[in-house]
Design a protein around this ligand. Sequence first.
Ligand code: EPZ
Length: 433
Amino acid sequence: MTYTIVPPQKILNPQLEIAGGHALSGEIRVSGAKNSALVLMAACLLTRDPIRLRNIPPLTDITAMGEILAALGVQVIRQGEAIELNGDHINQSTAPYELVNSLRASFFCIGPLLARTGMAKMPLPGGCQIGSRPVVEHVKGLKALGAQVTIDHGVVTAVVPGQGHRLRGGRIHLDCPSVGATETLMMAAALADGETTIDNAAQEPEVVDLAGLLIAMGARVRGAGTQTITIVGVDRLHGTDYAVIPDRIEAGTYLLAAAITRSHLRVAPVIPEHLGAVITKLEEAGCRIENDGIGLTLRADHVRAVDLRTQPFPGFPTDLQAPFMSLLATAEGTSVITENIFENRLQHVAELQRMGASIRMKGNTAFVEGVSRLSGAPVQGTDLRASAAMVLAGLAAEGITTVQGLEYLDRGYADLEGKLNGAGAAIRRTSAS
Ligand code: EPZ
């Protein structure tokens, strides 16, 4: 299936205009995982050989990461859904502030850059709409691998002291299973001298995908996907050709689009194990889901309330909390949703209330009493996944919903309106001005 992309920059002050009440049918194709592609791109800094990554989604975050790597001296060549990265001539150890500030995830370049060159200067990533996004665990882990790390005027400088600029293996215990810290430290440890153990590691599928790439490059990594990851450093890593896993959060978003419109829709490709908690909750809510080995088909007639508590993988993913809340705003009964990962990831509640949702807040918990019908309204997406949640609500609402905040949406969803319209939705990208 091919889809056309309306480059967001082509429309001033863009918004999505959604005519609610259209059932979905047929199939929606899932792109490669944004949160895997970004870290796999950074891993190219670990070798002088070219790395070819396939199934790369066409997202603004991917473009931003490419710009940051190019600023460090990496040759970046986009070839359709593949990207070739050649880190042979890294000529910088300092990433430009304005680029890093646009993409928090670029901070984990500090690990491979330090391991490869012995020095790395990365602007401290700012907070964002959903929280302060600290990097304490990343810094603590680099120090455990022998780096000297200072933070001055908003810039993190990491240096490997002594001869040879080589990190040394060590034992790291993360205070929290941070995805970015786990990934940063895996990449740093891959070229360190000796063995590294990361305890309380993140177990997300994107961590496992990174381990798959590193192993394909010649790294010695064991235990990815469990709480303890062991890496035995090697002297050098070589190039490879690697395909990124499908995006589980995008897939979950489209399954929720089918559920909120009470439709029958196939979403593919999907690795079911990557969405275990989400599939369980969708079935608990009354959806029927069939796995055909490549994709999932969801059927929804009546949807009932369920309780959600976001947790690190394999728990319920924080990235699908907002989209799932849109569904539960239309379910029979009252759901209790608790956001345990980020301190400010419930801003979509106010936007859903504008559409007639009945939600009461108490700290990091939302009590969502389902209503029979949401009503279309002008709403704002307050972060990447909240923007998607508002689109889902618009699909089910009576009348027209306009969603602003597409600068967030286009970071994580490739052609969301094109894919939904291909399954029967009625969405237009227009100018809000
Ligand atoms: C990754 O962010 C994802 N981004 C996020 O997806 C995702 O929501 C998050 O993991 C959790 O699953 C990418 O992979 C690019 P964390 P990351 O470090 O690595 C706290 C999306 O919508 N923490 O696991 O930044 C932190 O404050 C994005 O696609 C510390 O306390 O997340 C947060 O509460 C949003 N100290 C929690 O851990 C630290 O040193 C999870 O953060 C580091 C993190």
